[in-house]
Design a protein around this ligand. Structure first.
Ligand code: F6P
Length: 369
């Protein structure tokens, strides 16, 4: 185990969970200043999988040059590599085993003084356990879902809502030309920030969120009311985790190898069918899926990711371990990883964007909202 008094000379960096625009900008933001300070940077491949299985490459300036605007991650990522929840084939069965000691063995074997873990809620939970085992961890908050309570914004969210907004602009033209109801399914399992902010930016008429279970009649009433007022089309933005008051989320598949075994998908089709059957209006649906996670980060995300990266390497050098970089207002500072995972940031009836949307006529398919 590395002593906390030892000067920080060798740092590891990994990207965990689903990919997200801005990951490469963080890697660049860490690596460039690290080299300027004479540090060695080891890029651990495929998230925590690489930490457990010993897959890493040394990163040089040339490796991070020209990646600011690229999507994905040059290190690879995985949402199946939880060291403490490691699926292993035993005979014909898959058993879950704990490989935390292997992760620690590689951390020590690589002679790391600190590990920068870039990821969302799942990555921070794993990071906390690795910290408790003695690793010097610095977290950087990533997720298009924007559902980490301790930071005002995660990078990736702005890029995702840009895609949603662009898609809604395009769907508007067909909706209007054909007098249709267009339903768009966006990501967001338990938190509806993408649907809310993307829907607000793209002028959705109805937004359905995981946090506010909806009632079918309110949706039908809204599209009929719009029709009667001469607006012969409607746009519905539905989060993949949205569900009716008396129903369940639409689960597409289950995979026990994932940290969260549930794969969602299909609610837009259900919403579109029910609107069509119950109002007689012509309806179509689109599932935006991974288009929201891919491609180049927006300027906002490039700046935020670079700030997070450069701040994180500063944290490592100052030995602010067991903490996560966090945006507070317009400044980056840090919080304990424990605080970062203490609560998921959800849309509530106090959320200003919800009131804003309501003020401009958006329906949330509920009585209260
Ligand atoms: O957490 C980010 C996220 O994009 C969620 O919004 C979504 O439910 C999930 O990842 C999808 O994960 P996968 O790409 O593994 O299906």
């Amino acid at each position: 185990m590395q002593s906390r008094n030892k000067e920080v000379k060798r740092i590891g960096i990994l990207t965990g969970g689903g990919d997200c625009p801005g990951l490469n900008a963080v890697i660049r933001g860490v690596t460039k200043p690290a080299h300027d300070q004479g540090l060695t940077v080891l890029g651990i491949q495929d998230g925590f999988e690489g930490l457990v299985e010993g897959k890493a490459v040394q990163l040089y300036n040339k490796d991070v040059s020209g990646i600011l605007a690229t999507g994905g991650t040059i290190l690879g990522s995985s949402n199946k590599g939880d060291p403490f929840h490691w699926p292993t084939k035993v005979g014909k069965e898959i058993q879950i085993i704990d490989r935390g000691e292997d992760a620690l063995h590689n951390y020590n074997g690589w002679n790391l003084d600190a590990l920068i873990a870039i990821g969302g809620d799942g990555t921070m939970h794993i990071s906390k356990k690795l910290s408790e085992m003695g690793m010097n961890i610095v977290g950087v908050p990533k997720t298009i879902d924007n559902d980490l309570e301790a930071t005002d914004q995660t990078f990736g969210h702005d890029s995702a809502i840009w895609v949603v907004s662009e898609a809604l602009d395009r769907l508007h033209t067909t909706a209007s030309a054909h007098h249709r109801v267009m339903v768009i399914e966006v990501m967001g399992r338990y938190a509806g920030w993408i649907a809310l902010n993307g829907g607000l930016a793209g002028g959705a008429d109805i937004i359905l969120l995981p946090e506010l279970p909806f009632t079918w009649e309110y949706i039908y009433d809204k599209v009929i009311e719009r029709n009667m007022m001469g607006k012969r089309f409607s746009i519905v933005a539905v989060a993949e985790g949205a569900k009716p008051l008396d129903g369940e989320m639409v689960v597409k598949a289950k995979d026990i190898k994932r940290t969260d075994p549930i794969q969602l998908g299909g609610i837009a089709e259900v919403v579109a069918r029910n609107i069509s059957d119950n109002t007689g209006l012509e309806t179509r649906y689109t599932v935006l899926g991974h288009l929201q996670r891919g491609g180049s980060p927006t300027p906002y995300d490039r700046i935020l990711s670079t700030k997070f990266g450069t701040y994180a390497i500063g944290m490592a050098m100052r030995k602010e371990f067991g903490r996560m970089a966090a945006l507070k207002g317009s400044e980056v500072s840090s919080v304990t990883i424990e605080e970062a995972i203490s609560a998921q940031k959800l849309v509530t009836t106090e959320t200003q964007a919800l009131h804003t949307a309501k003020a401009v006529g958006v329906s949330f398919g509920t009585e209260d909202y």
